[in-house]
Design a binder for this molecule. Structure first.
Ligand SMILES: [Fe+2]
Length: 299
């Protein structure tokens, strides 16, 4: 997303989409996908939400090579009516929300270079497809993403996109979910990051807090490093209920008077799964070394 007045770059359609041009990927690019896929799918077996793993199977993402969107869309479309469309980079808010509202997920077509294996600044096709698309094969999450797009268009009219984007960040990108008495990962920013997949579940540093729509919209986030907070949903159905079936106009009225919550702070009356030490963030605040994960897809 980004500024509202940009025009699509040359070669892109009015809705900013471009052909994937699958035939142009090189052997090296396909091999990069395969290495990333093998590493993440192994690491995620016991860590990702069951719906995410089911989506990997249903969409046959284990097939070697970068997925061909035509083939992927045939499976995804028959599951939930979603489609993946290629775009040349970050797109304006209106374009992003409009695609989601119409069950189209925008994805980068490029893949990271081998020397960017563990970190890159802009979402690539591995993040966008491996990270985001499996859950779009789940009917409930599919409804949530459509509702998010429609909500985004309303948030724009209300001047609330910045707060509304926090909801995306803390669910679609960095969400955790309960699975019995364990926590699992469903956020795309985590599942597509080897380092954050370990950090998000195991590290004592971050807070792990029960999800609340208003609370997430009051909480700033880090775009350049591991998160200081992860929000835990009860189920995908509960996430859908707490967003699609809620009157955001009322929440926005509250947000106009409620202050933001400082990024590492906890509230007295919320359910906390892990009271984080914040050691990682406190240590990193004094260093300026390279950052291991995360990219800003929402601004
Ligand atoms: Fe993303």
């Amino acid at each position: 997303m980004g500024s509202m007045d940009r025009q699509p770059p040359q070669g892109a359609a009015a809705d900013w989409t471009v052909p994937q041009d699958w035939a142009s990927y090189t052997h090296v690019e396909h091999a990069t996908w395969d290495r990333l896929f093998a590493r993440q799918s192994a690491q995620l077996q016991a860590r990702a939400a069951p719906s995410f793993l089911a989506g990997i199977d249903m969409l046959k993402l284990s097939k070697p090579g970068i997925p061909d969107f035509d083939e992927l869309n045939a499976r995804l479309g028959s599951a939930t009516g979603w489609r993946v469309v290629a775009v040349p980079g970050l797109v304006p808010d209106t374009v992003f929300f409009d695609h989601l509202a119409n069950r189209r997920f925008v994805a980068g077509r490029f893949i990271r270079r081998p020397d960017q294996f563990d970190y890159l600044e802009e979402p690539d096709i591995f993040h966008d497809v491996f990270g985001h698309v499996p859950l779009l094969a789940d009917p409930i999450f599919a409804d949530y993403m459509e509702a998010y797009g429609k909500g985004g268009l309303r948030a724009m009219q209300r001047g609330m996109v910045e707060k509304f984007a926090r909801l995306y960040w803390y669910t679609v990108e960095f969400g955790l979910i309960r699975d019995g008495d364990r926590l699992k990962i469903y956020g795309a920013g985590i599942v597509s990051s080897h380092a954050e997949t370990a950090f998000a579940l195991d590290d004592p540093s971050p807070n792990r807090i029960a999800f609340d729509t208003l609370r997430t919209m009051r909480t700033p986030y880090r775009i350049d490093d591991f998160q200081q907070n992860y929000f835990v949903i009860e189920s995908l159905a509960d996430l859908l209920r707490r967003t699609r079936d809620v009157d955001f106009a009322t929440l926005y009225d509250k947000l106009e008077t409620l202050p933001d919550i400082a990024i590492g702070d906890l509230l007295e009356d919320e359910q906390i799964f892990t009271r984080g030490t914040q050691n990682y963030a406190n240590t990193r605040a004094h260093s300026h070394s390279i950052v291991p994960g995360g990219f800003d897809v929402t601004s």
